[in-house]
Design a binder for this molecule. Structure first.
Ligand SMILES: [Zn+2]
Length: 270
C-alpha cells in the first residue's frame, strides 16, 4: 500500500516516482495555504520552487530533518520553511525601508481576554483569511467574533468585508509569524497533543490546561491555528495539474533511477 511513510522513505532514497507523489499530494495544499499570508500565489509558488531543491540537497538532509511521525507534522514543518523562504523573497524584493514591525505586545493586547475560538478567528483574520474561508474552516460563522475584530480597527489593516484570502501587510505579518514560530518555551505542549485534541482523542483533564496555554501563548496559538489551516486546505485545495508536478520534478536531482523506480513500482503495483 502506498502510504505517507512509504512515500517519504522513497523520497529520501531519491526515487523520482515517490517525489512525483509527494509533489502531487502537497504542492497545491502548501501553495494555497502560504499564499494567504504571503499575499499572492506567485510569491508562494516561487518560494516552493526554491525550497524543493533545498530539501533534496546533501542527500535529502532538509527533508530528513522534518518531523516524520504524521503527515500533519510534516506539513507543519514544510509550511514553516515555506513561509520563511517567502519572507526572505519579500524582504529582498522590498525597495522601500523595512515595514513597521508588528509586535507580540500589539497582538497580545488584541487577543487579550477573548475566548480561544475568537482568538483563533482573530489571528487568522490578521493572517489574511476571509470570512467565507473561516466559516468553512471552523464550521461556525466568523460573525461570532465580529466584536473582537472591532479591536483591529486602527491597529491592523484588515478588510472586514473582503472575500479574498490575502494578507494586507505580508512582510509585517510574516516577520511576526516567524518570530513567534521560533519562540517556543519549555512550557509549550508538544504539537502532537494539539493534533490529538483537534481529533477529539484526549480527555478533558488533558485538554483544558493545553487550551489554557494556547490562549496565553502566541507560539502555541500559531501552531494550533496552523493545524486548522492544514486540515482545511488538505480537503479544500484543488489537485495540482500533471504539468505543474512534472515541471517541479524536473528541477529536482532525483531522476527516475531504474533500480529504485523498479522496486518502487513492484511495491506499489506488483
Ligand atoms: Zn506555548
Amino acid at each position: 500500500m502506498l502510504t505517507f511513510h512509504t512515500i517519504l522513505a522513497d523520497c529520501e532514497a531519491g526515487n523520482g516516482e515517490a517525489w512525483r507523489a509527494f509533489l502531487s499530494d502537497y504542492t497545491s495544499l502548501l501553495i494555497q495555504m502560504a499564499s494567504v499570508s504571503v499575499g499572492n500565489r506567485e510569491e508562494a509558488a516561487s518560494a516552493w520552487r526554491q525550497l524543493l531543491p533545498e530539501l533534496c540537497a546533501e542527500d535529502f538532509k532538509g527533508l530528513r530533518a522534518l518531523e516524520h511521525q504524521s503527515e500533519r507534522l510534516l506539513l507543519a514543518g514544510l509550511r514553516s520553511l515555506l513561509l520563511d523562504r517567502a519572507l526572505a523573497g519579500i524582504v529582498r524584493a522590498s525597495e522601500t525601508a523595512p515595514c513597521a514591525k508588528l509586535t507580540d505586545e500589539t497582538v497580545r493586547t488584541l487577543i487579550q481576554d477573548l475566548p480561544i475560538l475568537h482568538q483563533e478567528l482573530l489571528f487568522l483574520k490578521m493572517a489574511g483569511y476571509s470570512d467565507r474561508t473561516l466559516e468553512r474552516m471552523y464550521r461556525v460563522s466568523p460573525a461570532v467574533a465580529r466584536k473582537a475584530w472591532e479591536r483591529l480597527r486602527g491597529q491592523w489593516p484588515i478588510n472586514l468585508e473582503g472575500e479574498t484570502d490575502q494578507c494586507p501587510s505580508p512582510e509585517a505579518w510574516l516577520q511576526f509569524d516567524r518570530d513567534i514560530r521560533h519562540a517556543q518555551t519549555e512550557f509549550c505542549p508538544d504539537v502532537r497533543l494539539f493534533i490529538r485534541i483537534q481529533d477529539g482523542q484526549v480527555s478533558w483533564t488533558e485538554k483544558e490546561p493545553a487550551e489554557k496555554h494556547v490562549s496565553e501563548c502566541l507560539h502555541c496559538l500559531e501552531a494550533w491555528t496552523a493545524l486548522q489551516e492544514i486540515s482545511y486546505w488538505k480537503v479544500a485545495a484543488p489537485r495540482s495539474s500533471t504539468e505543474a508536478v512534472e515541471n517541479l520534478l524536473s528541477l529536482l536531482p532525483v531522476g527516475l533511477k531504474s533500480r529504485q523506480s523498479k522496486s518502487f513500482f513492484r511495491r506499489v503495483f506488483g
